[in-house]
Write a protein that binds this ligand. Structure first.
Ligand code: SF4
Ligand code: MG
Length: 329
C-alpha cells in the first residue's frame, strides 16, 4: 500500500550571505492515490517552498534541498538531473499557480500552448495534438473549444485563463496536480467554479491534488487531509473533518478563529497577534511560542515533536505530549 507521494525529513534551506533561511525544516507527509491534501499556513510558513521542492523548482543557488527524500510512486525525485525532472513535471506532476503568475504566453494562441506539452512530452503529431487539445478544453469548460484554440490569452478572463492552465496541467495525465493558491486572485464566484472544476477533473482522471493555500474556506471545500505549517514545519496533520471539528495545535485553533465569518473583519485581525518568525532566526523551543496563548516556561526550551494523538491526527505541541503520556503510561 504505497503512497503516491512520500515526503520524508525534507529540509530546504536558502543560503543568503551569512544567514541560513530554513524555509522547510523537517517536513514529513504522504499523499495517497486519489487524495486531496491541502497545506495551509500564513505566508512565510514554508508551504510554497515545500511544493516547489516537490516540483524541483528551488532556485539553486541560493536554495538547496539539504536533507530528506521525496518519492513519487516509490521513485526518488530529489536531485534528479534537470532534464529528467522536467520530464517528471511534464508527465507526472501537473502544476497550477496563482493567476497573475501563471505564464500563458501572450503571443501564442491558447491552442498552441495547450498542445505544446503533448507534442514535447508525449510525441503527439500536430493533428492529434489539436484533437486532444479540443478535448481538454471541453473538459475544462470551453464548449466552443474549436474557436477557443485560435484565441489569445488577452481575449479570455482571469477565470478562463485559469481553466486553460488546468487543461495544460492535465494534458499529459499527471498523477499529481500541485496547485499553489490557484484561486487567490479570482473573485469569489469564479473561485468556486475553478475549485469545482479541479475536483471534477481529479475525479475523472483519478489523480491526486496537493493544494497550497492560506484560505481555510478552500480547504473546507476541497481537502481530504490538511497539513498546517508554521515556521518551516508541519504543526498539525489531520483529516479535514477532524481538523475543523477538533483542532488541537494552538496555531490551528488560531487560524480557524481567524476564518472570516460573516465578514467580521475585527475578529479576524484580533485572533493571532504577532507574525511568522523569519526562517533565518527561529525562536528556541517551540517556534510558535512567542504568539501562543498557552505558552509555558518549557515551551521556550523544549522542541516539540510531531506526535500522533490518535485518530490519524498528529500535533507538534508540548500540551499534547504531556496529556497523551499521562493517560497512556
Ligand atoms: Fe503553545 Fe507550548 Fe504548544 Fe508551542 S508547545 S504551541 S508554545 S503550548
Ligand atoms: Mg505562497
Amino acid at each position: 500500500n504505497e503512497a503516491l507521494l512520500d515526503v520524508k525529513g525534507l529540509k530546504t534551506y536558502f543560503y543568503l550571505g551569512d544567514r541560513v533561511a530554513k524555509a522547510v525544516d523537517g517536513v514529513d507527509f504522504e499523499i495517497n492515490k486519489g487524495e486531496t491534501v491541502a497545506i495551509v499556513g500564513e505566508s512565510g510558513s514554508g508551504k510554497s517552498i515545500t511544493s516547489m521542492s516537490i516540483m524541483g523548482l528551488i532556485p539553486s543557488p541560493p536554495g538547496k534541498i539539504v536533507e530528506g527524500s521525496i518519492k513519487l510512486e516509490g521513485k526518488e525525485i530529489v536531485n534528479l538531473p534537470e532534464r529528467q525532472m522536467r520530464n517528471v513535471r511534464g508527465n507526472e506532476i501537473g502544476m497550477i499557480f496563482q493567476e497573475p503568475m501563471t505564464s500563458l504566453n501572450p503571443v501564442f494562441t491558447i491552442g498552441n500552448q495547450v498542445a505544446e506539452p503533448l507534442i514535447k512530452h508525449r510525441g503527439y503529431k500536430k493533428k492529434q495534438a489539436r484533437e486532444k487539445t479540443i478535448e481538454l478544453l471541453k473538459m475544462v469548460g470551453f464548449p466552443r473549444a474549436e474557436e477557443t484554440i485560435d484565441e489569445y490569452p488577452h481575449q479570455l478572463s482571469g477565470g478562463m485563463r485559469q481553466r486553460v492552465m488546468i487543461a495544460i496541467a492535465m494534458s499529459c495525465d499527471p498523477k499529481l496536480l500541485i496547485a499553489d493558491e490557484p484561486t487567490t486572485a479570482l473573485d469569489v464566484t469564479i473561485q468556486a467554479q475553478i475549485l469545482d472544476l479541479m475536483a471534477e477533473v481529479k475525479e475523472r482522471t483519478n489523480s491526486s491534488i496537493l493544494m497550497i493555500t492560506h484560505d481555510l474556506g478552500v480547504v473546507a471545500e476541497m481537502a481530504d487531509r490538511v497539513l498546517v505549517m508554521y515556521g518551516g514545519q508541519i504543526v498539525e496533520n489531520a483529516d479535514a473533518k477532524t481538523l475543523f471539528t477538533e483542532p488541537k495545535h494552538p496555531y490551528t485553533v488560531g487560524l480557524l478563529g481567524s476564518m472570516p465569518q460573516l465578514d467580521d473583519e475585527k475578529e479576524r485581525l484580533e485572533s493571532i497577534p504577532g507574525t511568522v518568525p523569519p526562517a533565518h532566526n527561529f525562536p528556541q523551543g517551540c517556534r510558535f511560542a512567542p504568539r501562543c496563548k498557552h505558552a509555558m516556561k518549557e515551551c521556550t526550551t523544549e522542541v516539540p515533536d510531531l506526535r500522533d494523538t490518535g485518530n490519524r491526527q498528529k500535533v507538534r505541541c508540548i500540551l499534547y505530549e504531556e496529556s497523551q503520556g499521562g493517560q497512556h503510561s
